[in-house]
Design a protein around this ligand. Structure first.
Ligand code: C2E
Ligand code: MG
Ligand code: MG
Ligand code: MG
Length: 278
């Protein structure tokens, strides 16, 4: 009887898993098709200097529109793209779009604005990755310090030596490097000094905690750590004036979050930047 139950359970889970797998494969097929048909979009979320309230740059974020007028969350399709390797091609497109966008902003008189792009592990595994980023920058004639690569702790921990080596080469060319979602991964504290970083992004989770009792400890520690290492710190996911004031008091210089702006397509970004400049 127990055996029967077990096998029933097994069948139940197995068919559910099969269904899930089939669903993911179908989604991946659609992603591949939509990407090849130029249907992915790159949106931009402004990053603001707390002392001047001016935009200093933006983070590029992928958007995958559906036929129904909505979007499929990057939390759903980025892991699929990473797992399948498609992220290598998509990521190259993202970097190219970002370089093009920097030139576009400059043609509108919006100079010195940096664009940060997220980079996944499979991109680093490509031995031509570093050169392809440099080639892209040269092809568009972009100042390298206007491009920033965001990597997460998990990317570093996966293959520290290889990633540190690639980042060193990018860094010596002038490209900026930020560590994203800092503090939520398995701590890469031991690698922090070896990483050629410019900026630490305090994860949204610690900003959300700021209102809790003892909720300020982690954010403050990360900001102090950044300071001691001579790095810029940016707080992600700022949604309230109170959160902005708390991180400012802690010595954080830069912020990004819905309080200031949500990610937006190019036309809206241009308007936002013009208004912010004035
Ligand atoms: P991330 O790099 O940590 O990006 C920040 C995420 O926080 C974005 O979610 C952004 O829309 C969201 N966010 C910003 N401010 C706020 C706020 O005040 N409140 C809240 N609730 N959320 C805020 P998004 O666009 O859904 O992207 C999710 C993740 O997907 C990104 O996290 C990044 O890991 C990944 N991703 C997005 N675009 C790319 C890409 O081009 N390449 C790669 N490899 N990953 C990407
Ligand atoms: Mg990011
Ligand atoms: Mg982040
Ligand atoms: Mg994230």
């Amino acid at each position: 009887r127990a055996k029967k139950n077990l096998s029933q359970n097994y069948e139940f889970y197995s068919s559910e898993m099969e269904e899930q797998m089939a669903g993911r494969l179908a989604l991946l097929r659609t992603l591949r098709q939509d990407f090849s048909q130029d249907k992915l979009q790159l949106w931009y979320q402004p990053q603001i200097a707390l002392d001047t309230n001016k935009v200093i740059g933006m983070e590029a974020l992928l958007r995958w529109p559906t036929e129904q007028g909505g979007f499929i969350s990057p939390a759903v399709f980025i892991p699929l793209a990473e797992y399948s390797g498609l992220i290598v091609e998509i990521g190259a497109w993202v970097i190219q779009q970002a370089c093009q966008q920097i030139k576009l902003l400059q043609s509108h008189g919006l100079m010195d604005l940096r664009i940060a792009v997220n980079v996944s592990m499979p991109q680093f595994r490509n031995p031509l990755f570093v050169q392809s980023v440099i080639d892209c920058i040269e092809r568009f004639g972009v100042a390298p310090e206007l491009l920033e690569l965001e990597i997460t702790e998990s990317v570093v921990m996966d293959e520290p030596k290889m990633v540190i080596d690639a980042l060193n080469r990018l860094k010596s060319y002038g490209i900026k490097v930020a560590i994203d979602d800092f503090g939520i991964g398995f701590s890469s504290l031991s690698y922090l000094q070896q990483l050629p970083l410019d900026r630490i992004k305090v994860d949204r989770a610690f900003i959300r905690d700021l209102a809790e009792p003892n909720g300020t400890v982690i954010a403050e520690t990360i900001i102090n750590l950044g300071k001691k290492l001579g790095l810029a710190t940016i707080a992600e996911g700022i949604e309230t004036v109170e959160q902005a004031e708390v991180v400012r008091a802690m010595g954080c210089e830069e912020v990004q979050g819905f309080l200031y702006a949500k990610p937006m397509p190019t036309a809206a970004l241009l308007e936002f930047l013009r208004a912010n400049k004035a």
